[in-house]
Ligand binder design. Structure first.
Ligand SMILES: [Zn+2]
Ligand SMILES: [Zn+2]
Length: 364
């Protein structure tokens, strides 16, 4: 086996993480070992555990330093700083036409716990367990990942900022900039003020959109949304969100974007998107959600657009996000709260209870 690492192992769905020694498989020619410096905590790591056989090593927002490269790798070399972004197969029709974010092999690449060829990458106590989560399993001191997933970056940005970018922030900003293409003449309604929703707010602010209305039930997040560029904040626990949207923007808004996945958000979106407008959705949706809303949207000729990975190509988009951050236009640091790797369970609890918008683990 190729390399030992300390990894956060989860043994049952919803169970606690325990940090244990694991062995990573040997590198294939197109693979890289990354010494992980930081790893973002995302709701997907909690909500999608049912997809993968247990035990498993999760984590899909790694940043770090290239430690060793396979024989066919020339994009990076040892010592390079990288973000480990979303995987894609590179050879399916969508990948070949520049749409790697909807790779035909996305599901097995993200959730099978194995390489695409079915082989496994992590051993615990001599037995194979699920690794290759998003082809990285970065809740560990080392990650084995295909070079295709890597984005090479400069050395001047802290690892916890880099690890906050490749899933949630990229999804929110990409939804606004790439998928919906919100512009200066457009109103945007953002449903859910977590890391994804607030990243959408920052991007819409850069794009000059008006109004930018954020709906959430967390007072602190609504206050933060206003600081990050939202023009209006609506607390759905205290007021009728749909009615407030009509007051703020009579007739509604051209775009709505849901990062919450709850029925109540779809109901607000259905009555708030103008005729001909688009409702972008990036959250896994409660099954009953589709029952109530579409007929209202039918009468307005609305489009519902599901958005994977922000509809962006990470090697193109992540360097842009980093440049915006340098310029002070995309202050993603306002979302980040760091935790030592040993406090991974506390980090998930903070995310679950809304105490941290974007927890990021720092590896020892
Ligand atoms: Zn593909
Ligand atoms: Zn994620």
């Amino acid at each position: 086996m190729g390399r030992t690492a300390k990894a956060a192992v989860v043994r049952e769905v919803g169970g606690p993480y325990s940090i244990e020694s694991v062995e990573l498989d040997d590198l294939r020619p197109d693979e890289v070992y990354v010494r992980v410096e930081a790893a973002g905590v995302c709701h997907t790591d909690a909500n999608m555990q049912v997809m993968v056989p247990m035990p498993a090593v999760l984590g899909h927002e790694g940043s770090g330093i290239v430690e060793e490269v396979g024989a066919a790798v020339d994009y990076v070399k040892p010592g390079d700083r990288v973000i480990i972004s979303w995987p894609a197969c590179g050879v399916c029709p969508n990948c070949l036409t520049g749409r790697r974010y909807i790779c035909d092999n996305a599901f097995p690449l993200l959730f099978s716990g194995r390489r695409l060829d079915g082989s496994q990458t992590i051993k615990l106590g001599g037995e194979w367990i699920s690794g290759s989560w998003f082809q990285q399993s970065s809740f560990a001191t080392y990650a084995l990942t295909p070079v295709e997933s890597l984005v090479k970056v400069e050395d001047d940005i802290p690892p916890e900022i880099l690890a906050a970018l490749p899933c949630g922030a990229m999804t929110g900003a990409g939804a606004v900039v790439s998928a919906l293409q919100v512009g200066p003449q457009d109103g945007l309604l953002v449903l859910g003020g977590g890391g994804v929703g607030l990243s959408a707010v920052m991007a819409a602010h850069m794009a000059g959109a008006y109004p930018i209305i954020v709906v959430d039930v967390n007072t602190e997040r609504l206050a933060l949304a206003l600081e990050l560029g939202a023009t209006h904040a609506v607390n759905a626990a205290e007021e009728d969100a749909a009615a407030r949207v009509q007051e703020i923007s009579p007739g509604g808004v051209r775009y709505a974007f849901d990062s919450s996945g709850v029925v109540a958000s779809w109901k607000v979106a259905a009555v708030s998107v103008r005729a001909g407008g688009i409702f972008g959705v990036c959250a896994a949706v409660e099954q009953e959600t589709l029952g109530g809303s579409p007929h209202i949207m039918l009468s307005k000729g609305n489009r519902i657009q599901f958005i994977m990975g922000g509809s962006v190509v990470p090697r193109v988009f992540l360097p842009k996000m980093i440049e915006w951050y340098r310029q002070g236009r995309f202050p993603v640091d306002r979302l980040v709260k760091t935790f030592p790797f040993s406090q991974i369970n506390e980090a998930f609890a903070a995310a679950h209870h809304g105490d941290a918008v974007k927890p990021v683990l720092l590896m020892p």
